[in-house]
Design a protein around this ligand. Structure first.
Ligand code: MSP
Length: 643
């Protein structure tokens, strides 16, 4: 039987970060679980390459979008390889195969009467690549809070409104179609509100898939990207079955509407089978905020995999965060869990058990009778698989750790080191039982953990001397007592060396700066100033800085200086202030007049070129670049204080 699953197709306007890795790792875990259940599991990942954002990123790097997109798509593929995440298909939306499928699907929707042409004026968010319904000029995008822009186009429209009831019927009849439940409710509420037809082509954008017979139109990125899931496997089979429809689209929660509303609607209109399930996981938060390329608060997977290894990262992500909910990423928690659960827990059990078998039984698994742990193991097998089936990975792992801690207690209670020295004739049999129980529990745990920490499990498997490859293990046939007595075990290899907390975190953070610079270079960007985190200050220290909103009343160049502008700034005091700002290379006097700025109002006055400056304008200062003034998206009154 086939099982076809997908990750989102990642935008190529930035480099991979740990948020993307989270999705791909989870998809890899599911692929491995399905394979261990005997499915022909096929995973598609890939790159979403068209649209304004990618075009802008490419132009900013001084390149054509096609070359730029290829390089970034390769960087994503390389990251998945480095993380040990095998994908079966990597679909690029710029590929000929995909172009052809998009045009084919468009034709089918057209033939079925779901496409029409009409003029459209709306507020468009270039960041989210979406028209914002109901927005007026000047409104902000509700998702990213950036200003929308008014765009007028002659476009093709998709009759989404005609599919409202069919979509609602789908969610009603198949409660698993959108999961988790909270996302299903969100989607249903949205659809019940009523659906508007969707403009699916753009004449304002060049970098995209051309609309047949319309030279200057390209498809809207979502009409393009979602179809990638289909073009990756169109016409292909696995396990004697058509790969399409997908069994699972795994995505982050912010793109659930595209996947649970637009995508099935496009397929309904084209008369094609619908995916079985859309599962939206939560966000990985970093210091309480969503980690994202555009916010710059990014952690990359590379430093983590290089310092603590891929399995440490995989284990942390799946154990720490309830899959489907948001969760925090922190280096502290990452190293903490690694030490307590992997190094002290699993690693310690494996090395103790195998060392004792070498020491007391010449490296051969002893024969044994009944064990009190067999029932615990049977329950762990049942529970872990049931949780994995529901994508409850953290609970699945808890079940396995339940088994590990039961075995730990059992070993302490049996005290095999005492049994080995005992003269009692029963002691030898008891020692055999203890060692067999520990090794067999380790084998069972290894099979259950293989989808989550595959590299380490493969090592334990070799250490146990198993003849069959771990890949061939199946949950359905996993049961207590299958470890053959007499089997020779292998050398003991260190699995999870203990990490010194502070030193490890410092190493990862130092590498993070290096990797960020390499990624910026790969993206053709000026290497960002890797501003080291400043020393922490108390709130009272910050309160000493009087930051205020000012309005620039007039601006002129300072004679004899290329850098300085002489500004009069209204800060709602009796007199406007005179401020000299070193921004003349970035802003003209005309651009400054009438502009609202943020000033430091309580700086000591300072004389420059014979003029006394009473304050400082706040700007981002980029190493080797021009200053960028701080400002507000919403209107704010002059004189308002920032705190
Ligand atoms: N190109 C679209 C998807 C098109 S699918 C046909 C896109 N790309 S993206 O590069 O922005 O990737 C978004 C996905 O990356 C999220 O849905 C999620 O799977 C993952 N994540 C990105 N940042 C994340 C977090 N901070 N936390 C968790 N997942 C994150 O949207």
């Amino acid at each position: 039987m086939k099982y076809y699953l997908t990750t989102p197709l990642y935008y190529v306007n930035g480099a991979p970060h740990i948020g993307h890795a989270y999705s791909t790792i989870a998809a890899d875990v599911i692929r491995r679980v399905k394979r261990m259940q005997g499915y022909d599991a096929v995973l598609t990942t890939g790159s979403d390459e068209h649209g304004q954002n990618v075009e802008r990123a490419a132009r900013a790097a001084g390149e054509e979008p096609a070359g730029f997109a290829t390089r970034v798509a390769n960087a994503f593929a390389a990251e998945w390889d480095a993380l040990g995440l095998p994908y079966d298909r990597f679909i690029r939306t710029s590929s000929a195969k995909h172009h052809e499928t998009v045009q084919w699907l468009f034709d089918r929707c057209m033939k079925n009467g779901f496409i029409y042409k009409s003029g459209y004026t709306g507020q468009y968010c270039f960041h989210c690549e979406l028209y914002v319904n109901e927005a007026k000029p000047g409104d902000l995008c509700p998702d990213c809070k950036r200003p929308t822009e008014t765009v007028t186009e002659e476009n093709y429209f998709f009759k989404l409104s005609a599919l409202q009831q069919r979509l609602l019927d789908l969610y009603e009849s198949d409660p698993k179609f959108v999961q988790p439940e909270s996302r299903r409710n969100e989607v249903m509420a949205f659809v019940r509100e009523g659906l508007r037809d969707l403009s699916i082509t753009r004449s304002s954008i060049k970098w995209g898939i051309p609309v047949p017979a319309e030279g200057h139109h390209v498809f809207y990125v979502w009409f393009d990207a979602l179809i990638g899931y289909l073009s990756a496997v169109r016409g292909e089979q696995a396990g004697g079955e058509d790969l399409w429809p997908a069994d699972l689209h795994l995505i982050g929660k912010e793109i659930v509407r595209f996947h649970a509303i637009f995508w099935p609607a496009f397929l309904m209109a084209a008369d094609l089978p619908l995916p079985k399930r859309v599962f939206a996981h939560g966000w990985l938060l970093f210091e309480q905020d969503k980690m994202s390329k555009s916010r710059g608060n990014v952690v990359r997977p590379e430093p983590i995999r290089r310092v603590i290894g891929v399995d440490g990262l995989r284990y942390f992500l799946l154990r720490e965060i309830v899959f489907g909910q948001d969760g925090s990423f922190s280096y502290d928690a990452l190293v903490g869990r690694y030490n307590s659960e992997l190094a002290n827990g699993l690693g310690n059990l494996a090395s103790r058990t195998l060392t004792m078998i070498h020491q007391y039984r010449g490296g051969a698994i002893p024969a044994a009778g009944e064990s009190e742990i067999s029932a615990v193991a049977a329950e762990a097998i049942r529970a872990a698989e049931a949780h994995y089936n529901e994508f409850e990975f953290s609970r699945g792992l808890e079940s396995v750790w339940g088994l590990l801690s039961a075995v730990d207690k059992f070993i302490v209670h049996q005290a095999p080191w005492k049994l080995a020295r005992s003269e009692d004739p029963a002691a030898s049999g008891q020692l055999n039982n203890t060692l067999y129980t520990a090794a067999e529990a380790l084998r069972v745990a290894t099979v259950l953990l293989a989808p989550i920490i595959p590299e380490s499990c493969a090592k334990i498997w070799t250490m146990l001397g198993m003849a069959e490859p771990l890949d061939a293990a199946r949950f359905s046939t996993l049961a207590w007592g299958q470890l053959p007595a007499g089997q020779k075990i292998g050398e003991t290899i260190a699995l999870f060396p203990r990490l010194e907390q502070k030193e490890t975190i410092a190493k990862m953070m130092a590498l993070e700066v290096e990797v960020a610079a390499a990624q910026a270079q790969m993206l053709g960007r000026a290497v960002p100033p890797a501003a080291p985190p400043s020393e922490k200050i108390a709130i009272d220290d910050f309160a000493k800085v009087d930051l205020r909103v000012g309005l620039v009343l007039s601006a002129e160049r300072v004679k004899g200086s290329d850098k300085l502008l002489h500004l009069k700034v209204d800060v709602a005091e009796t007199q406007p202030r005179t401020i000299l700002a070193g921004i003349a290379e970035a802003y003209t006097p005309e651009q400054m007049t009438g502009r609202k700025v943020v000033i430091v109002a309580n700086l000591q006055p300072r004389k420059l070129r014979g003029i006394e400056s009473n304050g400082m304008i706040v700007a981002a200062s980029l190493e080797g670049g021009k200053p960028v003034l701080a400002g507000f998206l919403e209107d704010v009154p002059v004189g308002a204080r920032l705190k």
